[in-house]
Design a protein around this ligand. Structure first.
Ligand code: SF4
Length: 375
């Protein structure tokens, strides 16, 4: 039987300390909380166990899952292996470059991690300090060295731009280091200022500048492309064949299951997210008695799926195939959204090239204006 494929996302909700700009679900780590998480994960995995699909991408994100030591990573992997049909083409672990212990990297490798997504953010110590990251450029470089020596075939770097007081010289320094290190993949994010976070006080003293962030994006995009990292999605760049298979599932609108507090899932026509707090999530699952750790469980109406699939597909540089879309969703995009597409073509925000609908290369920073028309 040809089983359907699905991605599996695991949310690890702890960090060493909370970064002042962070709005993700994570809390400072404490030993007994990891045990609570491991038990909750085992309960949720047992509850979600299925032989109906083949898990071909696994992504452990957070939080800072690189806090998982060799034994904890082994246990996590065994929990998943016991409950899912794992046939992994890719196993990503998000890592902070503050790990010094080689045994950790070896433990991840032994558990099957094939890809590290390293949250470096910048190769300028001044920027790291403003962001409140707890490591230096030198430490990040040492970590990346250890990762290569440990034999991780695929390394991705997260980089942040739009940081208050950022200078073009610091972006150039970062680009220079990226060229030397030669990662397979880069995710480039513009810093978001979310109200109510400690970072607000930094922004009060040094207001963020949207135009400067747009210039920074262009400088980095050009530099990354010159370094052989081709943009394939709004924020993601890769060498040939180095695209993130797990994240491609989101943009291709394919099924994925999320386990852990706040993790979201999209399986077939259903969508849900888990309770965000560790305690609420873990106690709903306590005892393995089948309690429901989910909230916002709902079927996706076909109309909503069509709009979402269109928006996700347009995030990709190559856009969507109009014929493929009709085949999959039974909808002719040019008929259903003729007026919206026509307006966007006139505004230069979208291109129709034969079978392909895509955002022009120089308009990706305006992609939210495109997406709004299809909501
Ligand atoms: S390490 Fe990442 S997830 Fe953790 S607080 Fe910092 S930004 Fe948030």
């Amino acid at each position: 039987m040809d089983l359907k494929r699905a991605g599996l996302y695991i949310h690890f909700p702890f960090c060493r300390a909370k970064c002042p700009y962070c709005h993700f679900t994570s809390v400072p780590i404490e030993g007994r909380l990891i045990e609570r998480w491991q038990t909750g994960l085992a309960n949720e995995a047992a509850q979600s166990a299925s032989e109906d699909y083949r898990v071909d991408t696994l992504y452990i994100g957070g939080g800072t899952p690189s806090l998982l030591g060799p034994d904890e990573m082994f246990r996590t992997r065994e929990t998943l292996r016991a409950n899912f049909r794992l046939d992994l083409a890719e196993f990503t672990l998000e890592a902070n470059p503050d790990v010094r212990d080689e045994a950790f990297l070896q433990g991840w490798k032994d558990a099957g991690v094939s890809r590290l997504s390293v949250g470096v953010q910048s190769f300028d110590d001044r920027v790291l300090k403003i962001l409140g990251r707890g490591y230096t450029v030198r430490q990040a470089e040492e970590f990346l060295d250890l990762a290569r020596k440990a034999g991780f075939g695929t390394i991705s770097l997260d980089l942040m731009i739009g940081v208050p007081t950022e200078k073009r010289s610091s972006l150039r320094t970062t680009l220079g280091r990226v060229r030397e290190i030669g990662p397979d993949h880069v995710s480039l994010y513009i810093l978001e200022n979310v109200e109510g976070l400690p970072f607000e006080s930094v922004v009060r003293d040094h207001p963020m500048d949207e135009d400067a962030a747009a210039d920074a994006y262009e400088l980095m995009r050009d530099g990354l492309e010159e370094a052989g990292l081709r943009r394939y999605e709004i924020s993601n760049f890769a060498r040939e064949g180095g695209e993130c298979l797990h994240n491609l599932k989101y943009w291709h609108y394919e099924s994925f299951l999320g386990l852990g507090p706040s993790a979201c899932s999209h399986m077939g026509a259903m969508r849900w997210c888990n309770k965000p707090g560790l305690e609420a999530w873990a106690s709903a699952l306590a005892g393995g008695g089948g309690g429901d750790c989910r909230e916002e469980v709902r079927p996706l109406p076909p109309e909503e799926s069509v709009r979402e699939a269109l928006i996700f597909g347009l995030r990709l540089v190559r856009g969507i195939s109009l014929g493929g879309f009709t085949e999959r969703f039974g909808v002719d995009v040019m008929e259903r959204f003729g007026r919206e597409v026509g307006d966007l073509v006139e505004e230069g925000l979208i291109l129709v090239e034969g079978d392909v609908l895509r955002i022009p290369d120089d308009k990706f920073l305006l992609s939210n204006q495109v997406f709004r028309r299809f909501v």
